[in-house]
Each structure stands twice: as structure tokens, then as C-alpha cells.
Design a protein around this ligand. Structure first.
Ligand code: PLP
Length: 348
């Protein structure tokens, strides 16, 4: 992967670039009008994904944001409550789309490192008797982005699926980084998919495709989802070029994620002994490291600026500094980040 000025980009795995093989796959892709179901590359990808996750069907979409919002619109009616962790992407990072598009409202739950427990959810499920809005959907983010790239334990996931079934509430998995979950744990892909619900996945994070996401579910759900896709202008034409990139990513880029995870853990451990930072090593389960700067947000912003000047790029969120590992950084870049950070601290 080519590097600009020998700098290390830890800002996000969305900066990853297509490699030579992916570019060739894009170049050679067979395409057709996907809006008429006639793009062979799209059809092949959708079938492959449905098989892999053990569900009826999949739709290839431009973004995981659209995939998630389509799912919310398909499941929830206007006025419904959508149970979601307070920093859940579909609520917190998507400009209020669930209320603007689906007309649903978020009912926010506090998770532990972004992970909800069945007990947290059980007391919040409401049926429309009395004053309550109906609980239309439960959203779980796996892995949890703002939780630090944390993974739902299999038991927790099963408990929530069982609870949701008992109450006939569907579950949507925001699996933008489900590939990281699968790389980090020995879970079967189909076990991560709710029996009654849906999942959105993304190809443009750590897998390095230029764009693309998919929404997975049963036949009836996908039928409804395709209508909403049309409504939002999400139907594309000769998009097999990008489906071929996603297919290439699926086949060739998943393995590399374990290296990203090793790099994240190495980085986290290297920074954790600093007295200026609070890093929860236990939450470093995939490709993210969140370091809390104890001196607060002004200092965090200053650190990020100084790191930037020294060729280590990361993101500042309040008092947090976020590092994401991807193909853009290797073990040496992590060493550099650790050294630069310690050097900055020793000067303070
Ligand atoms: C990035 C992300 C999304 C949105 O993905 P896009 O393809 O960029 O729209 C959704 N959910 C989570 C958890 C994400 O990290």
C-alpha cells in the first residue's frame, strides 16, 4: 500500500485504498442494469452473502448508512421506539436519519463499552398499551464503533435474540465491522444473524473497497427493503464494478484483519503505561484504540495536532484520541506512534 510522506494514518479504516488485485477485479467486472436485476456481479455477490450469513437474500447498497436506515424504515412505524445504545451509529452519527426518514424515535440505552445486555433491553421493551410507544426494533452494533471496537459475546447475543423473539420485536445488527468480529472470534457467520431481523454490513471499512454495503434478511423483509431502496434513490445501474470490488474484498481482505487487530493491541499496550492516558486494554478487541487524555479535551486536541505534525494521524473526539488500524499502518507505524507519543509526553 502506497504511503504519503511516510506518515501513518490511524484516523479511520475508511481511508484504505483498493489494491492492484481489486483494481483488476473492478476493471474486469461483468456488469448490467442492477435496477432490473441484470447485473451478474451484483447478483453473484448478493447470493454469496446470503449463503455466507445463512439468510434468504441480500441487497448490495451504496453505503452501510443507507442499509441501516432502510432496515429501520422497513421494521419500525412512525412513532415507534427503536432501542439503541446511546452512541449507536444509526442514532448518533447519521444526522437524525431514523426520525427524519422512518419517523421513528430512538430510545437510548447505556451499554458497557457499547455492548448492551438482555437485562438492559428487557425492562425497556414496551407494547402500545397505556401511554407507551411501540418498541419497533432493537439495534445492536457488532463490533461497537464508539464502544472501542468491542464484540458482542455469543451468549449475550443469543440472550437478546431470545428476548426479542419472546416479545416479537425484530433485531437489526449494525455489522459495518462484522468482518472484524469474524476475524477476531471463532463465530459462525450465521450465528451473528438474528433469526427474526436483519443485518447491515460494509465493504469500505477495513476491507478496503471504494464503496458498498449490503443488507441481509428474509425474503419478505428484503422485498420491503428494495422498495425503500428505490424511494431513497439507492438503486444503481452498472454497479457490478463495485460489487466486484466488494467480492474481491470478501475473498481476499478478511484475513488481513487479524493483523490489524494484533497491531491495535500492540499499540494499546505501548501507550497504556503512560500516566497521561487512560486506555482500557480489555476493550481493544478488534482494530480500534481509544485513549482518554486525563488532562481533558484541550490537551487531547493539542496532542492530536502535535502527533499530526510528526506524521502520526489520528482522530480527536472530546478527551479521547482514536487510533484505528488498517492496511494503512503496519507494526512499525505503531512503534512510531508509541515513540512519538512518549516523546511528546516527556517534553511536557
Ligand atoms: C461506518 C459505519 C456505518 C456507516 O457506514 P458507511 O458505509 O460509511 O455509510 C454504520 N455503522 C457503523 C458502526 C459504522 O462504523
Amino acid at each position: 500500500m502506497s504511503k504519503i510522506n511516510n506518515s501513518a494514518d490511524f484516523r479511520s479504516d475508511t481511508f484504505t485504498l483498493p489494491d492492484q488485485g481489486m483494481r483488476e477485479a473492478i476493471f474486469k467486472a461483468e456488469v448490467g442494469n442492477a435496477g432490473y436485476g441484470e447485473d451478474p456481479s451484483v447478483n453473484k455477490l448478493e447470493e454469496k452473502l446470503a449463503g455466507f450469513f445463512g439468510c434468504d437474500e441480500a441487497i448490495f447498497l451504496p453505503s452501510a448508512t443507507m442499509a441501516g436506515q432502510i432496515a429501520i424504515s422497513a421494521w419500525a412505524r412512525p412513532g415507534d421506539m427503536v432501542l439503541i445504545e446511546e452512541f449507536g451509529h444509526s442514532y448518533y452519527f447519521e444526522t437524525g436519519a431514523m426520525s427524519a426518514i422512518a419517523g421513528a424515535q430512538a430510545h437510548l440505552l447505556t451499554g458497557k463499552k457499547g455492548i448492551l445486555a438482555a437485562e438492559d433491553i428487557a425492562v425497556r421493551i414496551k407494547h402500545p398499551e397505556n401511554h407507551y410507544a411501540r418498541t419497533g426494533l432493537i439495534i445492536l452494533e457488532n463490533s461497537s464503533n464508539f464502544g472501542g471496537g468491542t464484540i458482542y459475546p455469543e451468549q449475550t447475543l443469543n440472550d437478546i435474540f431470545t428476548l426479542a423473539n419472546q416479545h416479537s420485536v425484530p433485531v437489526h445488527i449494525d455489522g459495518a465491522r462484522i468482518w472484524n468480529v469474524l476475524a477476531a472470534r471463532d463465530y459462525k457467520a450465521s450465528s451473528l444473524m438474528p433469526a427474526s431481523g436483519s443485518m447491515s454490513i460494509c465493504f469500505s471499512k477495513g476491507l478496503g473497497a471504494p464503496m458498498g454495503a449490503a443488507l441481509l434478511g428474509n425474503k419478505e423483509f428484503i422485498h420491503e427493503a428494495r422498495k425503500i431502496q428505490l424511494m431513497l434513490g439507492g438503486v444503481m445501474r452498472q454497479i457490478g464494478f463495485m460489487a466486484a470490488a466488494a467480492d474481491y474484498a470478501f475473498e481476499n481482505k478478511r484475513e488481513r484483519l487479524t493483523e490489524d487487530h494484533e497491531n491495535a493491541l500492540y499499540l494499546a499496550k505501548g501507550l497504556a503505561d503512560s500516566v497521561a492516558l487512560d486506555i482500557d486494554i480489555e476493550s481493544v478487541q478488534t482494530n480500534m484504540v481509544y485513549a482518554r487524555v486525563l488532562a481533558g479535551s484541550d490537551q487531547a486536541a493539542r496532542f492530536v495536532r502535535l502527533l499530526d505534525e510528526r506524521g502520526v494521524h489520528c482522530l480527536n473526539v472530546g478527551a479521547l484520541i482514536r487510533f484505528v488500524t488498517s492496511t494503512l499502518v503496519d507494526h512499525n507505524d505503531c512503534t512510531k506512534a508509541i515513540e512519538v507519543f512518549h516523546e511528546l509526553l516527556s517534553r511536557d
